[in-house]
Design a protein around this ligand. Structure first.
Ligand code: NAP
Length: 294
């Protein structure tokens, strides 16, 4: 039997992403021992009942004792405080990573707390669902999906390679990016679509008030898809927007210009402009299916 990649893995936070990492790591035989720590007794009890890990407690620092890999799986806004709490118990040579949907702000929040001799390699699995909490985790979440690693200029190359091997073994495809580039790309591919979904469902709900709920009763395909996205975790998404402010505002500005272009085309009856855009976007959808990411 081959030796597991890591002796001990510690997950700080055990919701959808932490739980899925635990299950996928166990499926792949990637660690001798997997432990977790979370904020609440209730989540810890659920993680233990579901046997997601060998043990889940509420002492974040204690969980990291002797760990070879620590992954912070909390909302982005809690990563800095988690790093500060666990720092004194991190073993020299340990790899510390995270899964945050924003990278530069997480790097800025975590890095100052991490002691020398610990290898910090931030990462973001671009895979998820609108569900959260330990019961939402499943082993197949990362299969065939991208995980973006955003190593820092001083990240240890061997640690980066090892974390990349880990994510591949969890089922992911991997890509390395600069943290700021990651944030700009995700602003348009993930953050803005969520913002639009939150806005459109809110607008429809306000309208429903005036129209005696008819709007929500007749919710059809497109709107239903938006409601699924708009059911995503409020804490997680508040933190994303508070921590990727610049890139989101820049992208939102461009998007508003494009919306005005469409508004004008509709007002002036310029159907050709609409047709041209809708044809181009249809091709994008087909290309996406071709890339197997739809
Ligand atoms: P989740 O299901 O809500 O789980 C969050 C975990 O973090 C829970 O264990 C929670 O503990 C803990 N936590 C929350 N606030 C904390 C705090 N202040 N201090 C310590 N622990 C805290 O969230 P998730 O969906 O797994 O997301 C986790 C991270 O993954 C986020 O940074 C998110 O940006 C990123 N991500 C999410 C997705 C997605 O689609 N959901 C995809 C990719 C990356 P308690 O339950 O005990 O309070």
């Amino acid at each position: 039997m081959t030796k597991p990649l890591f002796d001990k893995i510690a997950l700080i936070g055990i919701g959808l992403i932490g739980g899925s990492i635990a299950l996928a790591a166990r499926r792949g035989g990637l660690a001798t021992r997997i432990v977790a720590a979370t904020r609440s007794e209730e989540t810890a009890a659920t993680a233990n009942r579901l046997k997601l890990v060998d043990h889940c407690g509420t002492d974040l620092a204690a969980a990291c004792e002797d760990a070879d890999l620590v992954i912070v799986c909390t909302p982005v806004g809690a990563c800095g405080e988690a790093a500060r709490t666990i720092a004194p118990r991190l073993k020299p040579g340990c790899i510390v990573s995270d899964v945050g949907s924003v990278k530069q702000a997480v790097v800025d929040a975590m890095k100052p707390h991490l002691p020398a001799g610990v290898h910090f390699v931030p990462a973001h699995p671009v895979a998820g669902t609108e569900n959260s909490g330990p019961e939402a985790g499943f082993a197949e979440l990362f299969d065939g999906r991208w995980t973006i690693l955003t190593p820092l200029p001083d990240s240890d190359p061997a640690a980066v390679d090892k974390l990349e091997t880990f994510w591949k073994a969890l089922g992911s495809l991997t890509q390395r990016l600069d943290p700021a580039d990651h944030d700009r790309i995700l602003a348009i591919t993930s953050h803005l679509p969520h913002l639009i979904a939150y806005a459109i469902v809110g607008t429809a709900d306000d309208l429903a008030g005036h129209l005696n709920s008819e709007v929500l009763r007749f919710a059809a395909g497109g709107f239903r898809d938006f409601t699924r996205i708009a059911a995503s975790d409020p804490t997680m998404w508040r933190d994303v927007f508070m921590n990727n402010r610049e890139a989101v505002l820049e992208t939102l500005g461009r998007f508003q210009e494009d919306l005005f272009y469409l508004q004008r085309a509709i007002r002036w009856g310029e159907g050709d402009k609409l047709f041209e855009l809708f044809t181009r976007t249809r091709e994008i959808r087909r290309a996406l299916i071709h890339l197997n990411q739809a």
